[in-house]
Ligand binder design. Structure first.
Ligand SMILES: [Zn+2]
Length: 318
């Protein structure tokens, strides 16, 4: 037992109101070589609150106890994934010191950590901030989390970049923050193939705009049951059959929760075609529609003037 532990225990005995906080400080301020110092690495794109929670779990503390132990004042209340933890520059500094991970490394892994600012002029403070649905993190692949966490927990939340929808190693995806556990995609192998094709799309300079356009178009097709309805229905049925939690999540229908995943192969294929279109200016709108139909493995794309794809092509090519 180290000197710090003894002191902490003695203090614990005399101050029964806050025993865990005193112990937390003792734990967290132990020298790096001391036994019991835990290495918890962040996951790529992890939510700050998720990482702090995993740290707390590793030390067998609550999140407020861990922050207090690191000398960070916490205000407000919140839970993942509907809220995120914002740290002041001084608090970021304390977090880096406690985890013994250099701050630039932490900031690279945690996209919502904003360590810039004058550390000396800010108090070490953390506050919960509610997030809009579109900004909320999603459950990370449980097997990646387990591996990274030495089996201590399989729960982590990530602000996932668009091109990381499917974990291609473990065939898991969380297309919607309302899903409390990921969807297993092994029954639908074209999703893993789409994930690889998406990585190739990223090399293209127009990848981001092509993706945004393609996603808006396939989302509209899905909601209005156009073009790929039968295929998407089959895919959704396969996903529901292997993921009972999709049908028991009460906050939304499986069709809505799985939408981004069900349409993913067509969104990627459409985005890849749209990204290279400016290099084929001689084609007419009808030529392009039949090219896209071919790429989507559809006999043809019967589209009226209200079809979002035809509207997009007409608008951008004239
Ligand atoms: Zn994984």
């Amino acid at each position: 037992m180290t000197q710090t532990d003894v002191t902490a225990r003695a203090r614990t005995a005399s101050v029964p109101a806050q025993p865990s906080v005193v112990t937390a400080r003792a734990w967290l301020q132990a020298p790096p070589a001391a036994s019991g110092v835990l290495r918890v690495r962040p996951l790529p794109s992890e939510a700050t609150a998720s990482y702090v929670q995993r740290l707390a779990t590793a030390y067998r503390l609550t999140l407020p106890q861990l922050l207090d132990g690191a000398g960070i004042t916490l205000t407000g209340h919140g839970t993942l994934p509907t809220a995120e933890l914002h740290l002041s520059p001084a608090a970021c500094h304390n977090l880096a010191a406690m985890t013994r991970i250099p701050l630039p490394h932490l900031a690279r892994a945690l996209p919502r950590l904003a360590p810039n600012g004058d550390v000396r002029r800010t108090a070490a403070a953390a506050r919960w901030k509610r997030l809009e649905a579109a900004q909320q993190p999603v459950r990370a692949c449980t097997l990646c989390t387990r591996h990274r966490n030495h089996n201590a927990t399989d729960t982590a939340w990530v602000h996932r970049p668009r091109h990381r929808l499917v974990c291609s190693r473990h065939h898991q995806a969380t297309p919607d923050p309302r899903l409390t556990s990921p969807i297993y995609t092994g029954a639908v192998p074209e999703l893993a193939a789409a994930s690889y094709a998406h990585q190739r799309l990223l090399r293209h300079p127009r990848a981001a705009t092509a993706w945004t356009t393609a996603r808006a178009i396939t989302t509209r097709w899905y909601d209005h049951q156009q073009h790929c309805t039968h295929r998407w229905h089959t895919r959704l049925t396969q996903l529901c059959a292997t993921n009972p939690h999709l049908t028991t999540t009460s906050s939304a229908s499986p069709a809505l929760l799985a939408r981004d995943l069900v349409t993913y192969p067509e969104t990627v294929a459409l985005a890849r075609t749209l990204a290279v279109l400016p290099h084929q200016p001689h084609r007419t709108t009808d030529d392009v529609l039949s090219l896209i139909a071919h790429r989507l493995a559809l006999p043809r794309l019967d589209s009226n003037t209200n079809d979002p794809l035809r509207a997009f092509l007409t608008h951008t090519r004239h």
